[in-house]
Design a protein around this ligand. Sequence first.
Ligand SMILES: [Zn+2]
Length: 255
Amino acid sequence: MAINIEAMRAKLNASKTGNKGQTNNTKWRPTQGDQTIRILPTADGDPFKEFHFHYNVGKNPGIMCPKRNHGEDCPICDFASKLWKQGVDNDNATLKQEAKKLFVRKRYYSPIIVRGKETEGVKVWSYGKTAYETLLGYVLDPDYGDVTDPETGTDMVLNYDVPGTPGSFPKTTLKPRRRPSVLCDEAVADCNELITSIPDIGGLFDKKSTEDVQALLDDFLSSDDSSEKKSNETTKYSKNDSGIDAAFDKFMKNE
Ligand SMILES: [Zn+2]
């Protein structure tokens, strides 16, 4: 029997990334249309977690901001502010726009179960500011209150609409069910087991050190991706000019 190359690739990947293969199962994305979810209560009393990421740094997925998440220095935040200031000083809209793309963004995360798929266990749902504020609004509305309470909480109908037009964002609409309900029907799933199996949400992301982030930023600024589309200049950012100032100067010249 020949070796399964795809399986080997997956194993290597899992090994390199510290074996976080299971997180792919845990993170949940809604599908187009309606789905019913139940947000689970967390031990610390706050099931709506906030994390800060940088996007648009090359092909990297969201990069955890060391500053906003852990109080350490963040080269991307520094770079983006410098870019922004330069844009303001020179009244340069392009620079301001580039800076904006790099500014830190908040994402919100909650442990949930998906109705009809309770046996798949706890998932972590990631959502934006609008959904976050809607959820807090329901919690603070005496008609709903603690929507996560296992006995008297409320399921949410989540409508996810992905517009077909380019450049438009998916829209998430949340509507609580009219009646409260128990979290688990014991015939379907073990309620205590579900609650105790809620993962540490912060642990789902790669924590990046200041040095890690610097390396990702250097890479991004030296890549064809960031420089070529901004100018015809063919010289590449030299690896010898390390540090944010050199990168910044280079970036500016490319404008
Ligand atoms: Zn940052």
